[in-house]
Write a protein that binds this ligand. Sequence first.
Ligand code: SF4
Length: 197
Amino acid sequence: MNAPMNRRQFFRICAAGLGSSSIAGLGLAPGAALAEVRAFKLARTTETRSICPYCSVSCGVIMYTLGDQAKNVKSRIIHIEGDPDNPVNRGTLCPKGAGLLDFVHSPNRLKYPEVREPGAKEWKRISWDEALTRIAKHMKADRDANFVEKNDKGVTVNRWPTTGVLVSSAATNESGYLWVKMARGLGVVALDTQARI
Ligand code: SF4
């Protein structure tokens, strides 16, 4: 047999009944509303396909960005998930790839070229133009100093053995192809890519 209800319990039950009957009376269905939360979160986002930068598996990802790309609006990636259309991972991501959103928004993420001058302790930010110019100058100086036109037997080899090229896993087959063409044209021997998709 149930214990008799005290006054406090009676009021609590009445309040709960009143609340649920009011919601039902207004035609609201909390279950359906809750089921809509995820779709609503991504509804106004822009989808961008990319590749996980971490390892040579090169899983495809979709990044969801909030912001209408107007000049006065700062876009922000709010969600990243595996790309179901990518044949490499078919929508799956390992725990590292699944945490990409934290990587994207990390305050420690390197976003700009930096240089540490010889003898300096600090890294300083430089522009992309300056970075590319410096890289080109270093490459030319190294190639001029170390290029091997002929081997010991007098055979033409046109090798540049002192600089290597490593293409990132974020590079597509097409950009990888262009890198190979450029590097081989310069005589680079040590050439590889992190990704083999
Ligand atoms: S999601 Fe995992 S397995 Fe896939 S590329 Fe990223 S780190 Fe590699």
